[in-house]
Design a protein around this ligand. Structure first.
Ligand SMILES: NC(=O)C1=CN([C@@H]2O[C@H](COP(=O)(O)OP(=O)(O)OC[C@H]3O[C@@H](n4cnc5c(N)ncnc54)[C@H](OP(=O)(O)O)[C@@H]3O)[C@@H](O)[C@H]2O)C=CC1
Ligand SMILES: Nc1nc(=O)c2c([nH]1)NC[C@@H]1CN(c3ccc(C(=O)N[C@@H](CCC(=O)O)C(=O)O)cc3)C=[N+]21
Ligand SMILES: [Mg+2]
Length: 284
């Protein structure tokens, strides 16, 4: 049976540490504040927004939730971001992805000030990550690295296979892994013989967005398997991209869904928001 990589448990520990840190900051007159913008109503985003709000409250981070109608224009959203960029009480700005079709997500991402870009998706931040001089690190990849480190798993010399090349998960995770001396393969929908490739992985990451995408025959015995997916199955239950029951018999380590990567993502978001609040006072 695979060892469970317990993101939920680790995120609670992190939350307690962050709570202590915000108390100290408060005595210095610093209250971290995060603005979250949700346009329309994507299901994975809704889960994220709800849990974020809860964790922020617990830690002592103020949050500003903007919910905009799904027919909001790009100009309107750009205007909101400009206001938040110029508001000195706001330390972090996060615009939930995906965005509706009338809005160009790249243009939105580029408009968020890199110093308030808690997601780390601005080309400035992704570029710095790519050259191994990171400023803001994307939360999901950062949470995965944190979880591995906490379980004593080094990526140095490992064969890592990441299925998915999105800006949110696959690409920045590949950069982080490479920066820590893994040998990285990034697979996607044009990849040939995918199962042969995934079976080479010492560490296999699934970030595809499809139920049961990775099955036992795709996994090398003893491998470390990271399930990033957040999907609803036919019964409406929250499940990942990995068929957990049989993969759990083959893998050495496995992240559950829920309770794996998701809570770590939120913990990293909180950590980044607090760092930004500190840095904003230090002219970093
Ligand atoms: N737990 C967490 O904290 C988070 C969870 N998620 C979840 O993770 C999943 C992935 O999210 P995200 O990265 O944003 O998704 P995207 O939809 O942006 O990317 C999916 C990737 O999977 C690839 N893909 C799709 N079908 C196949 C296939 N048949 N074979 C191989 N590759 C395929 C796509 O390839 P191509 O590029 O060629 O189209 C693409 O690169 C979703 O379930 C999402 O909800 C996302 C962020 C955080
Ligand atoms: N700009 C932007 N940045 C993101 O990082 C981003 C985004 N947009 N859009 C949507 C995806 C998805 N995502 C999740 C994060 C945490 C959970 C999460 O908390 N998951 C819990 C769910 C627990 C439950 O409620 O049952 C878990 O897996 O245990 C889910 C999904 C971030 N994303
Ligand atoms: Mg298959």
């Amino acid at each position: 049976m695979a060892v469970k990589l317990d993101g939920k448990k680790l995120s609670i520990k992190l939350t307690n540490d962050l709570q202590v840190e915000t108390k100290t900051l408060k005595n210095q007159g610093i209250i971290p504040k995060l603005a979250v913008i949700l346009v329309g109503d994507d299901p994975a985003s809704r889960v994220y927004v709800r849990n974020k709000h809860r964790m922020a409250e617990k830690i002592g981070i103020e949050s500003l939730d903007l919910r905009l109608a799904k027919d909001t224009s790009e100009a309107e959203l750009l205007e909101k971001i400009a206001l938040l960029n110029n508001d000195p009480t706001i330390n972090g700005i996060l615009v939930q992805l995906p965005l509706p079709d009338q809005i160009n997500a790249d243009r939105i991402t580029k408009t968020i000030s890199p110093k308030k870009d808690v997601d780390g998706f601005h080309p400035y931040n992704l570029g710095r990550l790519f050259v191994n001089d990171p400023y803001a690190i994307p939360c999901t990849p950062n949470g995965i690295m944190y979880l591995l480190r906490e379980y004593g798993i080094s990526v140095d010399r490992k064969n890592v296979v990441i299925v998915g090349r999105s800006k949110i998960v696959g690409r920045p995770l590949a950069a982080l892994m490479l920066n820590q001396n893994a040998t990285v393969t990034v697979a996607h929908s044009h990849t040939k013989n995918l199962s042969e490739i995934t079976r080479q992985a010492d560490i296999l990451v699934a970030a595809v967005g499809r139920v049961n995408f990775i099955q036992a025959q795709d996994v090398k015995p003893g491998a470390i398997v990271i399930d990033v997916g957040i999907n609803r199955n036919a019964a409406g239950k929250l499940v990942g991209d990995v068929e957990q029951t049989e993969v759990g018999q083959v893998a050495g380590y496995l992240t559950p869904v829920p309770g794996g990567v998701g809570p770590m993502t939120i913990a990293m978001l909180m950590k980044q928001t607090i760092e930004f609040a500190k840095w904003s006072k230090q002219e970093k």
